[in-house]
Design a protein. Structure first.
Length: 317
């Protein structure tokens, strides 16, 4: 159950004149599909029990960067639940979200996180244990496009934390294709059987192990990165829809201990409770702070002509 304090935040704005059925659009990134199916059902049932108002929650999923652009281009999201704080910052700079969004909820407005891991073929025929093994002769690497996928950006940063710019260039040379999102990269690796190793977030890897077959296994590298998953109310849309109080209650519940088991069941590590049943973490875990924050990381790695583009250009020569 949701805590009453988290649930009723802002409820005085909702009164008898509310429509018969409330509606909410959550624009999210690829690996959260299973979690939000479970969370939406629980929240909607609690909302109706407490207020008497039916609630329909719609979802949109895709690469985090692509989703942020869709919201900026007019997709009417009441809330965004994305892979990167920088994606929400972009929406804020467009005037749709208040600049102080990260201070509105606990933990920097990130209710959960997921580290970077590897998926390999069953039996690990390439004997992949760590980052150096990804650049061994004959190894092909699958990674989503970091220009559209938040999970891929975490992967690029983890790779650079391991081996620096020269290593990143060598790694990128082994990538045969760049899907737009984590789910597309997972399908390319698991179902289309392209590549020898997939770099992805832990939650996506665990989903693949549960749902997409038994011919892959997960490898936890010696170094990984903490991939925080931030959330925000899209203020301009929520005000226009009259959904601001509902949106705050919906996101606020994600930070309660009641949401923690749902996060863990889908392979995410909750900020507000134990990560029951999840694998041990990498011995060394870096964070975006090690790169000077997202503004610095964007300029250094993901802007046009920055480190990732230079690695792609070198691989094409």
């Amino acid at each position: 159950m949701l805590s009453r304090r988290a649930f009723v935040a802002g409820l005085p704005l909702l009164g008898a004149a509310a429509p018969a059925r409330a509606r909410l659009l959550n624009v999210s990134f690829d690996p959260t599909r299973g979690f939000y199916r479970a969370w939406n059902a629980r929240f909607a049932a609690d909302w109706q029990r407490r207020t008497g108002q039916p609630l329909a929650i719609n979802q949109s999923h895709g690469g985090s960067g692509k989703q942020a652009r869709a919201v900026m281009d007019g997709l009417p999201a009441d809330v965004v639940t994305l892979a990167l704080a920088s994606d929400i910052d972009r929406i804020a700079r467009a005037g749709l979200i208040a600049p102080d969004w990260a201070s509105r909820f606990p933990h920097g407005a990130a209710p959960a996180w997921s580290p970077i891991v590897f998926l390999v073929r069953k039996g690990n025929p390439k004997r992949i244990r760590g980052w150096d093994d990804l650049v061994n002769p004959g190894v092909r690497v699958i990674l989503a496009n970091p220009h559209t996928s938040g999970g891929a950006r975490w992967g690029v940063l983890a790779a650079h934390a391991h081996g620096g710019s020269a290593y990143l260039t060598e790694l990128v040379a082994r990538i045969p294709l760049l899907d737009t999102g984590n789910r597309g990269a997972t399908i390319s690796f698991v179902q289309r059987r392209i590549g020898d190793v997939l770099i992805t977030v832990e939650a996506e890897a665990l989903m693949a192990l549960r749902e997409l077959g038994q011919d892959v296994e997960m490898v936890v590298p010696p170094l990984s990165i903490r991939g925080d998953m931030p959330v925000a109310v899209v203020d301009t849309v929520a005000r226009a829809h009259g959904s601001a109080a509902l949106a705050r209650a919906y996101l606020g519940g994600l930070f309660t201990r009641g949401a923690a088991p749902l996060f863990a069941a889908q392979g995410f590590r909750p900020s507000a409770g134990p990560a029951a049943g999840l694998p041990p973490l990498s011995p060394r875990l870096v964070s975006i702070a090690d790169f000077g924050g997202w503004d610095a990381a964007e300029r250094r790695f993901f802007a046009d002509g920055a480190a990732f583009d230079r690695a792609l250009a070198a691989a094409a020569r």
